[in-house]
Ligand binder design. Structure first.
Ligand code: UQ1
Length: 446
């Protein structure tokens, strides 16, 4: 017996979480579980797919491994950061969101053993599965930037981030308390979940100073992005360039935040095209989008991931490239789509269908085309609804030009989407807007 197994047995004797007691449907010992379908992660993607599988295959077959007590609807964070919605409206108890027919183990994965169809959790449980779906999302790496966590945790610092429930309300309080000065918004040099959000919060801040505080002339607003473009899809990038020009926002591309100095209120940026070139800028408000990466367990799971730690899937079927009984979806995969909730919705439909085909020994015919959607909120009553595929071609649902800022799309983002999320998507019934697109555009998409 090696040290890890000793530790596991020792821990399992003491361990009995309320979640397990509540949901365990078998009398097996807590340290060894078996299931037909194991879903790793109960976020947006994990919840959608575990609900779909539970709906199809009934009780007792699905285990969800998820460590958090709260499930957040993260797309609301932009609106919370701008004081439009309250943090309380963005979350529900995990146990009320995960499918009732699934067994929830409140723990996170520590070790993947895909050759043995088994994972080990951090608390020492082993879970054997026939099919595994990985949906561990993205981890926020605030600690990758020296000085950033210290600044975020200091209530007086005017450094904030909508990306974490811990700092999202500070975004609004910092904005409200500002009398003028330099506002800087950042975009990191890493994959980002909802790549539009770093600039959505900027537009909402600009709107606040222009139309509510009415001191727009006292603030300078700058967007420093690590990317070489303002947005990856040309149609929407063209629209956004017009908006930043009209709203007097400075945009610097290929600039990456590398240090925060809260004592002097300075941020240090690096030119990604000439790494020796660094810029130190004074800020009065700094909104940081942190670098993001795969969860720790995936970084240690070389057999299921690529060199960067993302799960290696066939980008059309979402099946793992080496282990046919593994699928992945959501932000943790290496499929080159934009990482958004809408992408997870479209992927969940494909994974469900292909899993069914696999079980029935049929070929995997469902294809994910890279669909992602990003409602780019540009003010308190306007939104550009970007929708596109792997080739970055627009793939719009509605029969009007979605690059135009619209009130209808703002209402959809603010009021309709949360309802759809909690009542349809988390229950496993949302496959993305493909069906609406076909109705509105019967001749464009067959
Ligand atoms: C979507 O499907 C989705 O997932 C639930 C979102 O995330 C919250 C979205 O923001 C959007 C816009 C879509 C796409 C839906 C329609 C009706 C265009």
């Amino acid at each position: 017996m090696n040290m890890n197994s000793v530790l596991r047995v020792f821990k399992s004797k003491r361990y009995s979480s309320p979640a397990l007691r509540q949901f365990s449907m078998s009398s097996t010992r807590y340290d060894n579980h078996s299931c037909k379908f194991l879903v790793i992660g109960g976020g947006t993607a994990g919840c959608a797919i575990s609900s779909k599988i539970s709906n199809s295959y009934g009780s007792d077959g699905v285990i969800v491994l998820e460590p958090n007590n709260l499930h957040y609807y993260q797309p609301l964070f932009t609106l919370i950061g701008a004081g439009i919605k309250k943090l309380d409206s963005s979350h529900k108890e995990m146990k009320s969101v995960l499918p009732k027919k699934a067994k929830w183990i409140k723990d996170s994965v520590a070790v993947f053993e895909p050759e043995a169809n088994k994972v080990t959790s951090n608390e020492g449980h082993t879970i054997n599965y026939e099919y595994m779906i990985i949906s561990t999302g993205l981890q926020l790496n605030f600690n990758a930037i020296p000085g950033l966590e210290e600044a975020l945790n200091d209530d007086d610092s005017k450094v904030c981030s909508i990306y974490s429930p811990k700092y999202v309300t500070k975004t609004w309080t910092s904005m409200k308390d500002l009398n003028g000065g330099n506002l800087i918004f950042t975009y990191p040099n890493s994959p980002v979940k909802c790549p539009g959000a770093p600039q959505k919060i900027m537009y909402l801040a600009e709107d606040y100073f222009r139309n509510i505080a009415k001191n727009r002339n006292d603030v300078n607003i700058t967007y420093n992005s690590s990317l070489g473009v303002i947005f990856g899809v040309k149609k929407y990038a063209d629209a956004l360039w017009k908006i930043v020009k009209k709203r007097d926002i400075n945009v610097n591309l290929r600039r990456n935040l590398i240090e925060v100095k809260p004592d002097t209120s300075e941020a240090v940026f690096q030119n990604l095209d000439n790494l020796d070139e660094k810029f130190t800028v004074k800020y009065d408000l700094l909104h940081v989008t942190p670098p993001m990466g795969p969860s720790k367990a995936l970084l240690n799971a070389k057999s299921v991931t690529n060199a960067s730690g993302f799960v290696e899937v066939n980008k059309s079927t979402m099946q793992h490239v080496k282990f046919p009984n593994i699928f992945a979806l959501g932000d943790c995969t290496d499929s080159p789509n934009s990482k958004t909730a809408a992408a997870a919705a479209a992927q969940s439909c494909v994974v469900e269908k292909n899993l069914k085909s696999l079980l029935n020994k049929k070929s995997l015919d469902a294809v994910y085309d890279g669909y992602a959607s990003c409602p780019l909120v540009t003010s308190r009553n306007r939104c550009v609804l970007a929708e596109f595929d792997y080739s970055l071609n627009p793939m719009e649902t509605f029969p009007f030009n979605q690059a135009k800022e619209r009130l209808s799309m703002y209402i959809m983002k603010k009021d309709a989407m949360p309802l759809l999320y909690w009542n349809v998507m988390t229950k496993g019934y949302w496959n993305g807007p493909e069906i609406m697109r076909k109705i509105f555009n019967p001749f464009k998409f067959n």
